[in-house]
Design a protein around this ligand. Structure first.
Ligand SMILES: NC(=O)c1ccc[n+]([C@@H]2O[C@H](COP(=O)([O-])OP(=O)(O)OC[C@H]3O[C@@H](n4cnc5c(N)ncnc54)[C@H](OP(=O)(O)O)[C@@H]3O)[C@@H](O)[C@H]2O)c1
Length: 328
Protein backbone atom coordinates (compact mmCIF):
# COMPACT_ATOMS: atom_id res chain seq x y z
CA UNK A 1 0.00 0.00 0.00
CA UNK A 2 1.15 3.55 -0.79
CA UNK A 3 -0.37 6.76 0.57
CA UNK A 4 -2.13 8.72 -2.18
CA UNK A 5 -1.39 12.42 -1.73
CA UNK A 6 -3.44 15.38 -2.96
CA UNK A 7 -1.79 18.82 -3.04
CA UNK A 8 -3.80 21.92 -2.11
CA UNK A 9 -2.56 24.69 -4.43
CA UNK A 10 0.37 25.42 -6.67
CA UNK A 11 2.29 27.07 -3.81
CA UNK A 12 5.93 27.81 -4.55
CA UNK A 13 7.15 25.45 -1.83
CA UNK A 14 4.94 22.64 -3.15
CA UNK A 15 5.80 22.83 -6.84
CA UNK A 16 9.48 23.60 -6.36
CA UNK A 17 10.43 21.38 -3.43
CA UNK A 18 7.90 19.25 -1.61
CA UNK A 19 6.08 17.45 -4.44
CA UNK A 20 9.31 16.15 -6.00
CA UNK A 21 10.46 15.05 -2.55
CA UNK A 22 7.15 13.24 -1.94
CA UNK A 23 7.53 11.53 -5.31
CA UNK A 24 10.82 10.07 -4.06
CA UNK A 25 9.11 8.62 -0.98
CA UNK A 26 8.85 4.84 -0.99
CA UNK A 27 5.57 4.97 0.94
CA UNK A 28 3.54 7.46 -1.10
CA UNK A 29 2.59 8.87 -4.47
CA UNK A 30 1.23 12.27 -5.51
CA UNK A 31 -2.01 11.61 -7.38
CA UNK A 32 -3.67 15.05 -7.64
CA UNK A 33 -3.07 18.78 -7.42
CA UNK A 34 -5.68 21.54 -7.06
CA UNK A 35 -5.53 25.25 -7.74
CA UNK A 36 -8.02 28.10 -7.68
CA UNK A 37 -7.35 28.15 -11.41
CA UNK A 38 -7.91 24.99 -13.50
CA UNK A 39 -5.22 25.90 -16.05
CA UNK A 40 -2.66 26.54 -13.34
CA UNK A 41 -3.46 23.15 -11.81
CA UNK A 42 -3.11 21.47 -15.22
CA UNK A 43 0.22 23.16 -15.95
CA UNK A 44 1.62 22.09 -12.59
CA UNK A 45 0.26 18.56 -13.02
CA UNK A 46 1.89 18.26 -16.44
CA UNK A 47 5.22 19.61 -15.27
CA UNK A 48 5.31 17.31 -12.25
CA UNK A 49 3.72 14.23 -13.86
CA UNK A 50 0.69 14.25 -11.55
CA UNK A 51 -2.31 12.33 -12.90
CA UNK A 52 -5.19 14.59 -11.81
CA UNK A 53 -5.63 18.39 -11.83
CA UNK A 54 -8.56 20.08 -10.09
CA UNK A 55 -9.76 23.67 -10.52
CA UNK A 56 -10.81 23.99 -6.88
CA UNK A 57 -9.60 22.70 -3.52
CA UNK A 58 -13.09 21.40 -2.73
CA UNK A 59 -13.08 19.09 -5.77
CA UNK A 60 -9.79 17.57 -4.65
CA UNK A 61 -11.14 16.97 -1.16
CA UNK A 62 -14.13 15.15 -2.64
CA UNK A 63 -11.88 12.67 -4.48
CA UNK A 64 -12.28 9.34 -2.62
CA UNK A 65 -8.96 8.12 -4.07
CA UNK A 66 -6.96 10.58 -2.00
CA UNK A 67 -5.80 9.46 1.45
CA UNK A 68 -3.79 12.47 2.60
CA UNK A 69 -3.60 16.15 1.77
CA UNK A 70 -0.58 18.45 1.85
CA UNK A 71 -1.69 21.99 2.81
CA UNK A 72 0.86 24.66 1.78
CA UNK A 73 -1.66 27.51 1.54
CA UNK A 74 -0.92 31.01 2.91
CA UNK A 75 -0.93 30.83 6.71
CA UNK A 76 -4.47 32.20 7.24
CA UNK A 77 -5.86 29.31 5.17
CA UNK A 78 -4.10 26.52 7.07
CA UNK A 79 -6.91 26.15 9.61
CA UNK A 80 -10.04 26.32 7.40
CA UNK A 81 -8.70 24.01 4.68
CA UNK A 82 -7.28 21.52 7.17
CA UNK A 83 -10.63 21.36 8.94
CA UNK A 84 -12.33 20.93 5.55
CA UNK A 85 -9.92 18.13 4.57
CA UNK A 86 -10.57 16.38 7.89
CA UNK A 87 -14.32 16.67 7.30
CA UNK A 88 -13.70 14.70 4.09
CA UNK A 89 -11.80 12.05 6.05
CA UNK A 90 -8.31 13.05 4.83
CA UNK A 91 -5.08 12.96 6.81
CA UNK A 92 -3.30 16.34 6.60
CA UNK A 93 0.30 17.49 6.51
CA UNK A 94 0.13 21.28 7.14
CA UNK A 95 2.90 23.69 6.34
CA UNK A 96 4.46 25.63 9.20
CA UNK A 97 3.24 27.51 11.13
CA UNK A 98 0.31 25.14 11.66
CA UNK A 99 -2.01 28.13 12.19
CA UNK A 100 -1.68 31.90 12.75
CA UNK A 101 -2.48 31.85 16.49
CA UNK A 102 -2.61 29.47 19.43
CA UNK A 103 -6.40 29.87 19.56
CA UNK A 104 -6.61 28.55 16.00
CA UNK A 105 -4.19 25.75 16.83
CA UNK A 106 -6.39 24.71 19.73
CA UNK A 107 -9.27 24.27 17.27
CA UNK A 108 -7.12 21.76 15.40
CA UNK A 109 -6.13 19.98 18.61
CA UNK A 110 -9.83 19.60 19.39
CA UNK A 111 -10.66 18.51 15.83
CA UNK A 112 -7.99 15.79 16.11
CA UNK A 113 -9.47 14.65 19.42
CA UNK A 114 -12.83 14.28 17.66
CA UNK A 115 -11.24 12.39 14.73
CA UNK A 116 -8.52 10.22 16.33
CA UNK A 117 -8.34 8.04 13.21
CA UNK A 118 -6.91 10.97 11.20
CA UNK A 119 -3.22 11.94 11.22
CA UNK A 120 -2.45 15.65 11.26
CA UNK A 121 1.05 17.11 11.52
CA UNK A 122 2.81 20.47 11.14
CA UNK A 123 5.46 20.25 8.41
CA UNK A 124 8.56 21.42 10.29
CA UNK A 125 10.70 19.50 7.83
CA UNK A 126 14.00 20.50 9.43
CA UNK A 127 13.35 18.09 12.32
CA UNK A 128 13.61 15.14 9.92
CA UNK A 129 17.15 15.95 8.78
CA UNK A 130 19.57 13.49 10.41
CA UNK A 131 21.79 16.35 11.62
CA UNK A 132 19.26 16.98 14.40
CA UNK A 133 19.37 13.38 15.57
CA UNK A 134 23.15 13.79 15.66
CA UNK A 135 22.92 17.01 17.70
CA UNK A 136 20.43 15.54 20.14
CA UNK A 137 22.57 12.43 20.56
CA UNK A 138 25.66 14.55 21.25
CA UNK A 139 23.75 16.46 23.93
CA UNK A 140 22.18 13.38 25.52
CA UNK A 141 25.58 11.62 25.60
CA UNK A 142 27.06 14.56 27.51
CA UNK A 143 29.33 15.93 24.76
CA UNK A 144 28.73 19.53 25.87
CA UNK A 145 27.89 18.93 29.54
CA UNK A 146 24.64 20.34 30.88
CA UNK A 147 22.77 22.33 28.23
CA UNK A 148 22.50 26.00 29.19
CA UNK A 149 21.87 28.18 26.13
CA UNK A 150 20.35 27.96 22.64
CA UNK A 151 20.98 30.95 20.36
CA UNK A 152 19.26 31.01 16.96
CA UNK A 153 19.50 33.22 13.87
CA UNK A 154 17.24 32.99 10.81
CA UNK A 155 16.98 35.85 8.29
CA UNK A 156 16.49 36.53 4.59
CA UNK A 157 15.46 39.39 2.33
CA UNK A 158 11.95 39.60 0.86
CA UNK A 159 10.47 42.91 -0.26
CA UNK A 160 7.83 41.53 -2.66
CA UNK A 161 4.61 43.39 -1.72
CA UNK A 162 2.49 40.72 -3.44
CA UNK A 163 3.81 37.94 -1.20
CA UNK A 164 1.24 36.90 1.43
CA UNK A 165 4.04 37.48 3.95
CA UNK A 166 3.46 41.23 3.53
CA UNK A 167 -0.23 40.98 4.42
CA UNK A 168 -1.06 40.95 8.14
CA UNK A 169 -4.53 39.48 7.55
CA UNK A 170 -2.98 36.48 5.72
CA UNK A 171 -0.68 35.54 8.60
CA UNK A 172 2.24 37.53 7.22
CA UNK A 173 5.36 38.71 9.02
CA UNK A 174 8.72 37.23 9.82
CA UNK A 175 7.81 35.81 13.21
CA UNK A 176 5.28 33.39 11.74
CA UNK A 177 7.46 32.77 8.69
CA UNK A 178 10.91 32.11 10.18
CA UNK A 179 10.62 32.94 13.89
CA UNK A 180 8.52 29.80 14.23
CA UNK A 181 11.66 27.73 13.46
CA UNK A 182 13.68 29.61 16.10
CA UNK A 183 11.11 28.87 18.80
CA UNK A 184 10.65 25.29 17.62
CA UNK A 185 14.35 24.42 17.78
CA UNK A 186 14.81 25.95 21.25
CA UNK A 187 11.84 23.92 22.56
CA UNK A 188 13.16 20.82 20.80
CA UNK A 189 16.54 21.07 22.51
CA UNK A 190 15.42 22.11 25.99
CA UNK A 191 12.54 19.58 25.83
CA UNK A 192 10.49 22.02 27.90
CA UNK A 193 8.28 25.06 27.39
CA UNK A 194 9.56 28.58 28.16
CA UNK A 195 8.18 30.15 31.34
CA UNK A 196 8.58 33.83 30.39
CA UNK A 197 9.96 35.90 27.56
CA UNK A 198 10.72 39.38 26.31
CA UNK A 199 10.83 40.51 22.69
CA UNK A 200 11.60 43.49 20.49
CA UNK A 201 9.73 43.82 17.23
CA UNK A 202 10.20 46.14 14.27
CA UNK A 203 7.40 46.54 11.73
CA UNK A 204 7.77 47.17 8.02
CA UNK A 205 6.46 50.74 7.63
CA UNK A 206 4.67 49.92 4.38
CA UNK A 207 2.96 46.61 5.10
CA UNK A 208 2.86 46.77 8.92
CA UNK A 209 4.02 43.15 9.24
CA UNK A 210 6.89 42.39 11.60
CA UNK A 211 10.22 42.28 9.77
CA UNK A 212 12.75 42.02 12.60
CA UNK A 213 12.14 40.27 15.91
CA UNK A 214 14.64 39.47 18.66
CA UNK A 215 13.57 37.60 21.78
CA UNK A 216 14.88 36.23 25.07
CA UNK A 217 13.20 33.10 26.40
CA UNK A 218 13.58 31.73 29.91
CA UNK A 219 13.23 27.95 30.05
CA UNK A 220 13.19 26.02 33.35
CA UNK A 221 16.57 24.54 32.36
CA UNK A 222 18.32 27.34 30.46
CA UNK A 223 17.96 30.39 28.26
CA UNK A 224 17.05 30.77 24.62
CA UNK A 225 17.53 33.77 22.39
CA UNK A 226 16.89 34.41 18.73
CA UNK A 227 16.71 36.92 15.93
CA UNK A 228 14.50 36.46 12.91
CA UNK A 229 14.25 38.95 10.07
CA UNK A 230 12.79 39.20 6.59
CA UNK A 231 14.43 42.40 5.33
CA UNK A 232 17.99 41.36 6.05
CA UNK A 233 20.72 39.33 4.36
CA UNK A 234 20.15 35.57 4.43
CA UNK A 235 21.53 33.83 7.48
CA UNK A 236 20.82 30.72 9.52
CA UNK A 237 22.63 29.32 12.54
CA UNK A 238 22.02 27.59 15.86
CA UNK A 239 24.62 27.86 18.60
CA UNK A 240 24.10 25.49 21.53
CA UNK A 241 26.16 26.00 24.67
CA UNK A 242 26.62 23.53 27.47
CA UNK A 243 28.76 23.84 30.58
CA UNK A 244 31.81 22.28 28.93
CA UNK A 245 31.48 22.68 25.16
CA UNK A 246 29.29 24.08 22.42
CA UNK A 247 27.73 22.90 19.17
CA UNK A 248 27.45 25.11 16.12
CA UNK A 249 24.84 23.97 13.57
CA UNK A 250 25.80 25.81 10.41
CA UNK A 251 22.71 25.13 8.29
CA UNK A 252 20.03 24.25 10.81
CA UNK A 253 16.87 24.79 8.74
CA UNK A 254 17.94 24.71 5.09
CA UNK A 255 20.79 22.21 4.95
CA UNK A 256 22.82 21.99 1.72
CA UNK A 257 21.22 19.79 -0.95
CA UNK A 258 24.51 18.85 -2.61
CA UNK A 259 26.89 18.12 0.24
CA UNK A 260 26.90 16.96 3.85
CA UNK A 261 25.58 19.23 6.59
CA UNK A 262 28.31 20.49 8.93
CA UNK A 263 28.13 20.58 12.71
CA UNK A 264 31.06 21.82 14.77
CA UNK A 265 31.67 20.57 18.29
CA UNK A 266 33.58 23.45 19.90
CA UNK A 267 35.71 22.78 22.96
CA UNK A 268 37.88 25.40 24.63
CA UNK A 269 40.89 24.85 22.37
CA UNK A 270 39.66 22.57 19.60
CA UNK A 271 36.87 22.34 17.09
CA UNK A 272 35.72 18.96 15.82
CA UNK A 273 33.96 18.96 12.46
CA UNK A 274 31.09 16.48 12.13
CA UNK A 275 29.73 15.90 8.64
CA UNK A 276 26.21 14.52 8.39
CA UNK A 277 25.47 12.82 5.05
CA UNK A 278 23.25 14.70 2.65
CA UNK A 279 19.51 13.94 3.04
CA UNK A 280 16.21 15.31 1.75
CA UNK A 281 14.27 16.23 4.87
CA UNK A 282 11.09 16.71 2.84
CA UNK A 283 11.22 13.09 1.66
CA UNK A 284 12.01 11.87 5.18
CA UNK A 285 9.05 13.89 6.47
CA UNK A 286 6.70 12.38 3.85
CA UNK A 287 8.03 8.90 4.69
CA UNK A 288 7.42 9.38 8.41
CA UNK A 289 3.93 10.74 7.84
CA UNK A 290 2.96 7.95 5.42
CA UNK A 291 4.32 5.24 7.73
CA UNK A 292 2.20 6.58 10.60
CA UNK A 293 -0.89 6.53 8.36
CA UNK A 294 -0.21 3.02 7.01
CA UNK A 295 0.43 1.50 10.44
CA UNK A 296 -2.09 3.72 12.24
CA UNK A 297 0.83 4.58 14.51
CA UNK A 298 1.51 7.88 16.34
CA UNK A 299 3.14 10.64 14.33
CA UNK A 300 6.57 11.79 15.46
CA UNK A 301 5.18 15.28 16.24
CA UNK A 302 1.74 16.08 17.61
CA UNK A 303 -0.65 18.95 16.99
CA UNK A 304 -0.29 19.71 20.70
CA UNK A 305 3.41 20.39 20.09
CA UNK A 306 2.41 22.79 17.29
CA UNK A 307 -0.12 24.44 19.60
CA UNK A 308 2.62 24.95 22.22
CA UNK A 309 4.87 26.52 19.59
CA UNK A 310 2.09 28.93 18.68
CA UNK A 311 1.47 29.81 22.31
CA UNK A 312 5.09 31.00 22.48
CA UNK A 313 4.77 32.89 19.17
CA UNK A 314 1.61 34.63 20.46
CA UNK A 315 3.47 35.63 23.63
CA UNK A 316 6.42 36.99 21.61
CA UNK A 317 4.05 39.11 19.57
CA UNK A 318 2.39 40.35 22.76
CA UNK A 319 5.75 41.23 24.31
CA UNK A 320 6.89 42.97 21.12
CA UNK A 321 3.73 45.06 21.08
CA UNK A 322 3.59 45.89 24.80
CA UNK A 323 7.37 46.07 25.35
CA UNK A 324 6.86 44.04 28.55
CA UNK A 325 7.91 40.59 29.79
CA UNK A 326 5.21 37.99 29.22
CA UNK A 327 4.76 34.94 31.46
CA UNK A 328 3.51 31.72 29.89
N1 LIG B 1 8.77 24.03 5.02
C1 LIG B 1 9.36 24.85 4.18
O1 LIG B 1 10.49 24.65 3.77
C2 LIG B 1 8.60 26.04 3.68
C3 LIG B 1 9.20 26.92 2.79
C4 LIG B 1 8.44 27.97 2.27
C5 LIG B 1 7.13 28.15 2.68
N2 LIG B 1 6.58 27.30 3.57
C6 LIG B 1 5.19 27.46 4.01
O2 LIG B 1 4.37 27.07 2.92
C7 LIG B 1 3.23 27.91 2.83
C8 LIG B 1 3.18 28.53 1.44
O3 LIG B 1 4.33 29.29 1.20
P1 LIG B 1 4.74 29.67 -0.30
O4 LIG B 1 5.85 30.62 -0.23
O5 LIG B 1 4.92 28.43 -1.08
O6 LIG B 1 3.43 30.46 -0.75
P2 LIG B 1 2.91 30.88 -2.18
O7 LIG B 1 3.90 30.55 -3.24
O8 LIG B 1 2.40 32.26 -2.05
O9 LIG B 1 1.70 29.88 -2.43
C9 LIG B 1 0.51 29.90 -1.76
C10 LIG B 1 -0.56 29.32 -2.70
O10 LIG B 1 -1.80 29.38 -2.04
C11 LIG B 1 -2.83 29.52 -3.00
N3 LIG B 1 -3.74 30.57 -2.51
C12 LIG B 1 -5.01 30.36 -2.09
N4 LIG B 1 -5.58 31.50 -1.70
C13 LIG B 1 -4.67 32.45 -1.87
C14 LIG B 1 -4.69 33.85 -1.65
N5 LIG B 1 -5.76 34.48 -1.16
N6 LIG B 1 -3.58 34.54 -1.94
C15 LIG B 1 -2.48 33.93 -2.40
N7 LIG B 1 -2.40 32.60 -2.64
C16 LIG B 1 -3.49 31.87 -2.38
C17 LIG B 1 -2.19 29.86 -4.34
O11 LIG B 1 -2.25 28.68 -5.14
P3 LIG B 1 -3.34 28.48 -6.32
O12 LIG B 1 -3.42 29.79 -7.03
O13 LIG B 1 -2.76 27.39 -7.12
O14 LIG B 1 -4.65 28.11 -5.68
C18 LIG B 1 -0.73 30.12 -4.00
O15 LIG B 1 0.13 29.68 -5.00
C19 LIG B 1 3.34 28.90 3.98
O16 LIG B 1 2.59 28.43 5.07
C20 LIG B 1 4.82 28.89 4.34
O17 LIG B 1 5.06 29.18 5.70
C21 LIG B 1 7.29 26.25 4.07
Amino acid sequence: MRIRWGILSTAHIAVNRVIAAMQKSQYGEVVAIASRDQHRAERAAKRLAIAKAYGSYEELLQDPQIDAVYNPLPNHLHLPWTLAAMEHGKHVLIEKPMTCTAAEALQLVQACERRPNLKVMEAFMYRFHPQWEQVRTLISQGAIGALRSVHVWFSYFNSNPDDYRHHPQMGGGGLLDVGCYCVSVARLLFKKEPVRLSAMMELDPRSQVDRHVSALLEFPNGMGSFTCATHMAFGQQVLIHGERAAILVEAPFIPPADRPARIILKREKTGEEILVPQADHYTLQADAFSRAVMKNAPLPWTVTDAWNNLRVLDAIKQSGETKAWVAL
